[in-house]
Every structure is written in structure tokens, then in C-alpha cells.
Design a protein around this ligand. Structure first.
Ligand SMILES: NC(=O)C1=CN([C@@H]2O[C@H](COP(=O)(O)OP(=O)(O)OC[C@H]3O[C@@H](n4cnc5c(N)ncnc54)[C@H](O)[C@@H]3O)[C@@H](O)[C@H]2O)C=CC1
Ligand SMILES: O=C(O)CCC(=O)C(=O)O
Length: 525
């Protein structure tokens, strides 16, 4: 039974879902970092929000971990690169808290425009400072969105309802989508020059870090207001504080900070600053949605192999998973066949799909084939890290779909090249799910992938089968099945021999010494 740890404050619905799906679940919100390090080795899945830092060190200790689930959007608290290298899937819930976070941004905008938090504090302190809190109307004002994805689009929609004019800077926003949203797509300079209020809705990346700095602030309208409900680090906090102090910026509302939890910050204490403690996603509706989604997604992956909303591997839907699983098994076995025959640096891996296979999602099949090829070289390879490992080794990967009619209903071909050699195997599924080899090196030969096999290439001359049989018999090795294929043009043949015992190196050497034998390899599957 898989085991999952929930180390942040997720809705308890997540626990119920995991347990209902038969997953052993430990609910330990607020687990200290040192304790996480000592217990993570026990778990197959780790569900987090933003408090748990899933560092390279955590991942290095997570010997059983298969999936990290982020109940939310931003995965900047997960070292995704290290997760990929360790073969761990990282998934998030890209939509569950988008409305809630957009509403928080709108609430922050109102809080700034009408100084609601400051007025509340003053009123409850017994002061009646009616003239102190003169606000501004939002109607007719220009809102500048930096980032117009899920959350930015919802903010745009709500802002248009408030009769605001909306500009958006997002290099990946199409003109068509901008028209649909009723926003004007502009460059960053124009947005800074025209916006009365700027809200940020991008992830924190190398291209967005410090996107609002002293230089940018200087190009903004005097009296601009800035809302950040995305990520600390998008704004250089010291530069903003200086612009607030000089009166160039009229107000700032921040939900996120460079250092969190933010118990102190350069923005704190300024009369025109409103702060919340990373509450963007904090509604009961959003938390139920993200907890439920992440628990379902993680359970699906651990129990069926279905992958949704993963950051580091291609998606496999719940419908696709049972269809793809036998193909992934076949591809991995075929890759392993080639990998076990390859003793030098691999240059390329080609995966070809024909018949039914050509209609399927090829990414998981490709990842499985690469896993199989690399497994004889690297123990820790799996479906998640195989493409990265291949890339790191400079291996070219290609996938080709053929629409010709194959001899079998469905066919995969895996070809591995080194500087000097090519290994090629062809396989199919018998009865829809049983992997079967149907060709090696262009020679038709049918065999199952047996736990122990000998692969022999020989000259097609009399006496070979008898000699091989008696040699193995004398060594106490029982032959379970024997499959032969030969090139139609003659000369070359291949034998795939399933054996019941391990064939030791001395016996392999004697087989190799037979005059008809070109090469012999012991394979295991
Ligand atoms: N305060 C909170 O509690 C929450 C904060 N967030 C933050 O909000 C961010 C946005 O979330 P979504 O809208 O769901 O993500 P999304 O991925 O749907 O949208 C992000 C948008 O940013 C754009 N973008 C990327 N690089 C850019 C750049 N250099 N300049 C301008 N635009 C750029 C992308 O094209 C995309 O359209 C998340 O990455 C997360 O960090 C999300 C949920 C809750
Ligand atoms: O889980 C939370 O409270 C934070 C949400 C968030 O920042 C995100 O989803 O990116």
C-alpha cells in the first residue's frame, strides 16, 4: 500500500480522499524541516502547500518518493530540477485557487484605493478621522496587469466589471486572447507609463525577478498604486519603499514577500502600505478544491500511473493510463534489450510507432523506451528522469509515427546507435497487453521477454543448435524455449534462448568459441 505524508496545512478532505483510495496517510502539518529529512524515506508521496521546502537535500533522502503534490499553483518551494533528477513527479493544481487569489488582488486594490485597513484601525481606536482618509474611485482608472494567465485573466474580468480600462503585459498572451478578455496587450514600458494601478500575476522566474525596480518605478505615473499577490521577489522591496517615502508611489498592497514568513520587512510600517500574510489562496472554497484535486491526482498517479498537471513529465489521463501501460512496459523491455547489447556511448535512440501504437500519446512510450535503454548504465533511471538523463548524455531522441499498415496490429521499433553500431528491436503486444519481440536487427524472430535469456548471433550453418544445446546441457543449464530467425537472404541468424539458470561467464565463453557463433550475450528482463 503506498504511503503519503501531508506536511502542510491542507484541508482534511485530502486525508479522507487518500484513505478512501487505500493510501496510508500521515497528516503532519507544520512538520519541522529536520523531521521531514528523517522521515521522508518512508513515503511514496508528499503533499505540500508553500510552507514545506522540498529541497534537493529532502529529495536526496527520499528513497521511495514518487510524487510531490503542491496543493496550489506556485512550485517555487519545490526543487523541481532535483525532483526530476531523482525521478520524482512534481504536480500542482493550476486552477483550484485562481478565483480566490484574483479576488484577493481585487480586495487589495479596494483596500488601497479607500485605505480601508488604516481607516478601520483609526476608527476602532476611537478617532473619527473622516477627512484623513480621502480615497480614489476605481471606475475609469487604468489597471496594468503584469502577467495575464489564469489569475490575471480573472482579475481582468472583475476589473472590467468595475468599469476599469485594462492593459496587459504578457509576452505569451495572444492578440486574440487579449481581445476575448477585453484587455489591451501592451509592452511593459507603456503599461508602466499609463497604469494608475499595477497588479502582478506572473511566476517568479529569472525573467520576472525584480521586474519592478527603481528604474521601472521611475517610469510610472506619480501616484501609482501597486498590488503584489503573486510572489515576493517580483518587486525590489527597498526600491518600492523609497518610492513610497518620496510620494511617487501612492500605495502598495502586498500579500507576498521576498522572505516568508515575513515577520519584518522594509515595507512594514509605511502608512500607505497594506499587507497580508500570503493569504491569496486562503478561502475555504479554494483550500477544499486544491486539497481534493491534489489528493485525487497523487492517488491516481500512485495507484494507476495517470499523470495530470505535472510540471516535469507529460500528462497521461486516467483513460489513457490502462491503454498506455502495456505499451510502456513493451517499450521499456525493448529499450532494455538494446541497452544490454550496447557497451559504448549511445548517440541516438529512435522510437517508431506503427498501427495502433501510432495513434497513442507517444511521450510516455518514449520515456519508457529511454528508461529501458539507460537502465543497464544507470540504476536510478526512471520514466521521470530518463529524458533529462538522455539529454545530459547528449543522446539524440526521435519519435516517428508511421501510417503504413504493419504486419501486426500494433508495432514498436526501438533503434539505438553508437558511433559504430546500430541495435534495432521490433516488438508488439499479443492479446492487447503481452509484450512480444518480433524482430531483432532486421531479422524476424518471435520470443517473449524471459527473465533469463541468451542472445546469440550466428552463421546459419548446420550443427549450431545441437552444439549449443549440448554445451548448455553439460553446464546444467536447462533450455526453456528456443527461437530462431534468419535473414531471408541467408548467411546470418539469431537465436533467442530462454534458460532456467544463470549462464556463467565460462559457459558464455565456450558458446562464443563455437565456430558458428558471432556473439553471445546474457540478457535479463
Ligand atoms: N498569493 C497567493 O496565495 C497565490 C499566488 N499565486 C502566484 O500567482 C502566479 C500566477 O498564477 P497563474 O495566473 O495561475 O499562473 P499562469 O501560469 O496561469 O499565469 C502566469 C502568466 O505569467 C506570464 N508570464 C510569464 N513570464 C512573464 C514575464 N516575464 N512577463 C510577463 N508575463 C509573464 C505567463 O505567460 C502566464 O500567462 C503563480 O505563479 C503564483 O506564483 C498563485 C496562487 C496563489
Ligand atoms: O497555499 C497557499 O496558501 C499559497 C498558494 C500559492 O501561493 C500558490 O498556489 O502559488
Amino acid at each position: 500500500m503506498p504511503k503519503v505524508l501531508i506536511s502542510d496545512k491542507l484541508s482534511e478532505q485530502a486525508v479522507e480522499i487518500f484513505r478512501a483510495r487505500g493510501i496510508d496517510t500521515d497528516f503532519r502539518p507544520g512538520l519541522p524541516a529536520e523531521e521531514l529529512l528523517s522521515v521522508i524515506g518512508e513515503y511514496d508521496g508528499l503533499a505540500v502547500r508553500s510552507a514545506t521546502k522540498v529541497t534537493a537535500e529532502v529529495l536526496a533522502r527520499a528513497s521511495n518518493l514518487k510524487v510531490v503534490g503542491r496543493a496550489g499553483i506556485g512550485v517555487d518551494n519545490v526543487d523541481t530540477k532535483a525532483a526530476t533528477e531523482h525521478g520524482v513527479v512534481v504536480m500542482n493544481t493550476p486552477f483550484g485557487n485562481a478565483v480566490t487569489t484574483a479576488e484577493h488582488a481585487i480586495a487589495m486594490m479596494f483596500a488601497l484605493a479607500r485605505q480601508i485597513p488604516q481607516a478601520d484601525t483609526s476608527t476602532q481606536a476611537g478617532k473619527w478621522e473622516k477627512s484623513k482618509f480621502m480615497g480614489v474611485e476605481l471606475t475609469g482608472k487604468t489597471l496594468g496587469l503584469v502577467g495575464c494567465g489564469n489569475i490575471g485573466s480573472i482579475v481582468a474580468d472583475r476589473a472590467r466589471g468595475l468599469r476599469m480600462r485594462v492593459l496587459a503585459y504578457d509576452p505569451y498572451l495572444s492578440e486574440q486572447r487579449a481581445i476575448e478578455l477585453g484587455v489591451r496587450k501592451v509592452d511593459l514600458e507603456e503599461l508602466f507609463a499609463e497604469a494608475d494601478i499595477i497588479t502582478l500575476h506572473t511566476p517568479l522566474t529569472d525573467s520576472t525577478r525584480g521586474i519592478i525596480n527603481a528604474e521601472a518605478l521611475a517610469t510610472m505615473k506619480k501616484g501609482v498604486r501597486i498590488v503584489n499577490c503573486a510572489r515576493g521577489g517580483l518587486v525590489v522591496e527597498e526600491d518600492l519603499r523609497a518610492a513610497l517615502d518620496s510620494g511617487h508611489v501612492a500605495g502598495a498592497a502586498f500579500d507576498v514577500f521576498v522572505t516568508e514568513p515575513a515577520t519584518e520587512n522594509v515595507l512594514f510600517g509605511h502608512p500607505n502600505v497594506v499587507c497580508t500574510p500570503h493569504l491569496g489562496a486562503a478561502t475555504s472554497e479554494a483550500q477544499e478544491k486544491v486539497a481534493l484535486q491534489i489528493a485525487e491526482q497523487m492517488s491516481d498517479y500512485l495507484l494507476t500511473g495517470a499523470v495530470s498537471n505535472a510540471i516535469n513529465v507529460p500528462s497521461v489521463t486516467a483513460e489513457e493510463a490502462p491503454i498506455l501501460r502495456p505499451y510502456m512496459r513493451l517499450a521499456e523491455l525493448m529499450g532494455s534489450f538494446c541497452g544490454q547489447l550496447t557497451r559504448s556511448a549511445i548517440r541516438s535512440i529512435q522510437i517508431e510507432l506503427e498501427g495502433h501504437a501510432a495513434e497513442l500519446n507517444a511521450d510516455p512510450i518514449k520515456a519508457a523506451a529511454i528508461t529501458g535503454v539507460l537502465r543497464s548504465q544507470v540504476d536510478s533511471v526512471n520514466m521521470v528522469n530518463a529524458p533529462t538523463m538522455a539529454h545530459q548524455r547528449g543522446i539524440d531522441i526521435s519519435v516517428t509515427r508511421h501510417d503504413r499498415e504493419p504486419d501486426y496490429q500494433t508495432l514498436l521499433r526501438v533503434t539505438v546507435t553508437t558511433g559504430t553500431r546500430t541495435r534495432e528491436v521490433v516488438g508488439t503486444l499479443i492479446g492487447g497487453d503481452k509484450p512480444r519481440l518480433v524482430g531483432v536487427q532486421g531479422i524476424g524472430v518471435e520470443a517473449d521477454f524471459a527473465p533469463r535469456m541468451l542472445y546469440v548471433r550466428n552463421y546459419d550453418k548446420p550443427g549450431f543448435i545441437g552444439a549449443l544445446g549440448s554445451m548448455l546441457g553439460e553446464a546444467g543449464v536447462n533450455i526453456a524455449t528456443f527461437h530462431l530467425g534468419r535473414r531471408e537472404s541467408g548467411g546470418e541468424a539469431i537465436a533467442l534462448v530462454e534458460v532456467d539458470q544463470r549462464v556463467d561467464d565460462a559457459v558464455l565463453a565456450s558458446v562464443k568459441a563455437l565456430p558458428q557463433v558471432v556473439r553471445v550475450d546474457s540478457l535479463s528482463f
